[in-house]
Ligand binder design. Structure first.
Ligand code: GLC
Length: 392
């Protein structure tokens, strides 16, 4: 059976050389690494935050700092940080966003973790960057509408970074179909309600409060608090953690999104829906999730954790966001698991690094074979180097 296969991983020197070449090739003189030079030439917010960790692992603190500063530069006075920045070619997507230089939606605020990791690595971080990161989190915590559950709503599936996750399938008429979903996503961009600077505040047609996104807001706020000691932000993160606790479903063994999909696709067992593990305090729940991450009948795979539970009818090991391994999610899972079970974190790391290597450092890959999918190579897969060097 393919799933029992053990994929060979690289040694540290081989991995470092490949990651360095890839990031250098993708570096854009305006100050960021493109996720991929041809498929994704613009700056994406959460990609850049992950690149900061990769630059740091490569020993290049200057590029790490520069990329983070450039990602936060288009922040509006409200604190909103756009998910895409067209610094290379202003005006490129103005028709879609109504703003010339950047988008009107955001992405998971991974800048909290990026700042904290730089500080832990002994890299100086500018006060302005820390202030911008703090304001970005407050925008999400106060500027965004909340669901009655207490969770923050997103304005578009793109804001979660998990564009075609089966969690959004209820919003695709007649069930998921990649082409139909593409048109729905474009239409959903036109129903966003914006603030004075064009920043997304709400979307009456997509009132989903996803547990994965909220877990990343709480986690990043707590990460930033390790640097700033800001009690108010810590209290706001705690409130979100309490709200997340109420979304756990014991029968399914996952957290359920709040809002209109709560009784439908918001319950599909996906890896991004297990991100509340990052802030979970209940040891029994945590163990239940960790078991699934390694169970070959659930999320376990020789090339890393599957993006969708194998028992879901929608699971497809090769389809965009519907089953493959995503390196940024695998990385976050390792960070969530490590404090509780170093052995499990080590197993997740080994399989993910082997998968990244087998895939040619792809954007995402098949969890059983490591066959690369999407853009190849993709900068955030440099997280494999960060993972391989974590002391667990
Ligand atoms: C895709 C992914 C998104 C990512 C972007 C650039 O749109 O779904 O999460 O940020 O590509 O890599």
């Amino acid at each position: 059976m393919q799933r029992a296969m053990v994929l060979p991983g690289p040694d540290d020197g081989e991995m470092e050389a490949v990651v360095r070449t890839m990031l250098d090739d993708h570096w854009v003189s305006e100050g960021y690494a493109a996720p991929n030079s041809t498929v994704y030439p613009w700056q994406w917010l959460w990609d850049s935050c992950f690149h900061v960790l990769v630059w740091s692992a490569l020993g290049d603190g200057d590029r790490a700092r520069r990329e983070l500063a450039v990602a936060l530069a288009p922040q509006t006075p409200s604190g909103f940080v756009p998910h895409m920045h067209y610094v290379r070619q202003p005006g490129f997507h103005e028709d879609l966003w109504g703003r010339p230089d950047d988008s009107s939606i955001t992405q998971p605020p991974m800048y909290g973790h990026a700042v904290a990791e730089l500080v832990r690595a002994g890299e100086p971080v500018d006060d302005e960057v820390v202030e911008r990161a703090t304001a970005g989190l407050w925008f999400l915590l106060q500027g965004r509408r909340r669901d009655p559950s207490g969770l923050v709503r997103v304005c578009h599936p793109w804001e979660t970074g998990a564009d075609d996750s089966p969690r959004w399938d209820d919003h695709c008429p007649d069930g998921f179909d990649a082409d139909r979903w593409r048109s729905v996503k474009n239409r959903l961009a036109s129903t966003i309600e914006t603030g004075p600077d064009g920043e997304a505040l709400a979307n009456p047609v997509f009132e989903v409060a996803p547990v994965g996104f909220n877990a990343l807001v709480a986690f990043n706020a707590r990460e930033l608090v390790t640097v700033t000691g800001d009690d108010e932000l810590a209290a706001a993160a705690d409130q979100l953690v309490d709200a997340l606790a109420g979304r756990w479903n014991e029968d399914l063994g996952t957290w359920v999104d709040a809002g209109p999909t709560a009784d439908g696709s918001g319950r599909v067992r996906t890896l991004d829906a297990l991100l509340p593990l990052l802030v979970e305090e209940d040891a029994r729940r945590a163990d239940r999730v960790i078991d699934q991450l390694l169970d070959p009948e659930a999320h376990g795979g020789p090339a890393g954790p599957t993006g969708v539970h194998r028992g879901e009818p929608t699971f497809d090991p090769d389809a965009y966001w519907r089953g493959p391994v995503w390196p940024q999610l695998a990385y976050l899972m390792v960070r969530a698991v490590a404090p509780r079970s170093p052995e499990s974190a080590e197993a997740l790391t080994r399989t993910t690094v082997a998968g990244a290597w087998a895939s040619g450092m792809a954007e995402y890959w098949n969890p059983d074979t490591g066959a690369g999918r999407g853009a190849i190579p993709q900068s955030w897969t440099g997280l494999a180097l960060v993972l391989a060097r974590l002391s667990l």
